[in-house]
Design a protein around this ligand. Structure first.
Ligand code: ADP
Ligand code: MG
Length: 412
């Protein structure tokens, strides 16, 4: 009996740890890295496939009558009245509990027809917004996606441009960059000068009202090509390629949202130089605050050197906003760092903050945002708090777009 009991007693996690620590390190030649990478990519594809399968992987949410009414600023009675009297408004589908359900597309028809939002005046172009911060993990990509979704629910036509070789925004749209995006579908042909505008790269997404130019790891190529071309051709404007490529698309889209990599790369410079508006998500944590100051310093250096390279360059932004993001109320440091941010970036900080939320952290929703959920299963309060923050953020940005459009129309 004793001999059986002893080995069992040593079978805890601690003993496993000590076995690992005692094992000798294994030498790995560089050629092993390839094998690790192949395994990792294969595994990632499997995991994503199983989470997001079947095709099309992502489905937009559905909306109840109450939700459609809210999005259109109608009371339910008025909505019922319009439903009866306006035959081309979508009727939705009757569900078993005798309630109606509307698809995203149907909901957007309602918003387009009856919501009280000012439309972009004819002849006024759409606006470009870049989301930037040289630090990773501050919620740039989440901000880009939720802003696109939020603005689409104000009836806007949105184009998302993924400029990060890590392609997280592409993944949030249910597209696997590793296996489903060719170089030709990204901004690369424009960068390489094989195309003069970006129309070739636009694809529809699972979300009505959002189109996407996807990214892939091949975007790293731009970091070698752009400086190389500049060195060969002094008249080339390496910073202006994206701007020119987006120009012909601005008649169709109300807003173009550009997600950038967490680095001052040549693509990031292109995004900033193309952008009418810049949004810098900044979580109120001490480390993120510290790196945000580096962001502004590097950005200032960049602006100075751009002035030297191109003295004729007249660049200004319609707006620059710092967005307090991933705000964790339970952290003792949050109010202190929020205070630093408000003092440092006075006049730039938006009057809304995005709370940390576990809503999109469950494995199944990992490749989604709060807007992707039709009926939230967890704590409704947490969900609503996050959803309201994102809605309010989109609303502020939308109001700015409208006032910029109106100013442009009057200036014409
Ligand atoms: P970035 O693009 O700046 O690297 P991401 O948008 O990819 O940042 O976000 C980094 C991580 O933080 C992701 O796992 C994302 O799901 C998570 N995240 C983003 N916003 C929130 C939020 N409000 N609450 C909780 N987690 C968030
Ligand atoms: Mg990102």
């Amino acid at each position: 009996m004793n001999t059986v009991a002893r080995p069992r007693a040593t079978k805890g996690p601690a003993s496993q740890m000590s076995i690992q620590l005692k094992s000798a390190p294994k030498r790995r030649p560089l050629s092993d890295i390839k094998e690790i990478a192949v395994n990792a990519s294969g595994m990632l594809i499997d995991v994503r496939e199983s989470m997001l399968a079947p095709h099309p992987r992502k489905h937009p949410p559905v909306f109840t009558t109450t939700q459609v009414a809210e999005l259109c600023h109608l009371d339910r009675q008025r909505m019922h009245y319009l439903s009866r009297t306006e035959p081309d408004l979508p009727q939705g589908t009757l569900r078993h509990s005798r309630s109606r359900e509307f698809t995203l597309q149907e909901t957007r028809v309602w918003i387009d027809r009856v919501a009280p939002y000012v439309k972009r005046p004819e002849g006024v172009l759409g606006k470009k917004i870049a989301i930037g911060n040289f630090k990773g993990g501050v919620s740039k990509t989440t901000t880009a996606m939720t802003l696109a979704q939020g603005l689409s629910l104000f009836g806007r036509k949105v184009l998302l441009v993924d400029l990060d070789p890590q392609a997280s925004l592409t993944a949030l749209n249910g597209i696997l960059a590793d296996s489903e995006v060719t170089d030709e579908q990204t901004v690369l042909p424009l960068i390489y000068g094989d195309q003069t505008d970006l129309e070739y790269a636009v694809q529809g997404t699972y979300w009505d009202g959002i189109h996407l130019i996807p990214a892939s790891a091949a975007l790293f190529g731009a970091e070698f090509f752009l400086p190389f071309k500049q060195s060969k051709d002094q008249s080339f404007q390496f910073w202006n390629v994206l701007n020119k490529g987006l120009d012909p698309l601005l008649e169709y889209y109300d807003v173009v949202i550009i997600d950038t990599p967490p680095a001052l790369s040549y693509l990031t410079i292109n995004a900033f130089m193309a952008a009418d508006g810049l949004i810098v998500p900044t979580p109120p944590s001490a480390l993120d605050y510290a790196s945000s100051t580096q962001f502004w310093n590097l950005f200032a250096d960049l602006s100075e050197s751009m002035q030297q390279v191109a003295p004729a360059l007249q660049k200004s932004f319609d707006f620059i906003h710092v967005l307090l993001a991933k705000v964790d109320q339970s952290q003792a440091a949050t109010p202190i760092v929020r205070d630093w941010i408000n003092k440092t970036y006075e006049g730039l900080v938006l009057p809304i903050e995005i709370p940390t939320t576990a809503v999109t952290q469950s494995a199944a929703a990992e490749f989604g945002t709060v807007y992707d959920i039709s009926r939230y299963q967890g704590s409704l309060k947490t969900y609503q708090r996050a959803r309201e923050a994102y809605d309010r953020f989109s609303e502020i940005v939308d109001q700015q777009l409208v006032s910029l459009w109106q100013a442009e129309q009057e200036g014409e």
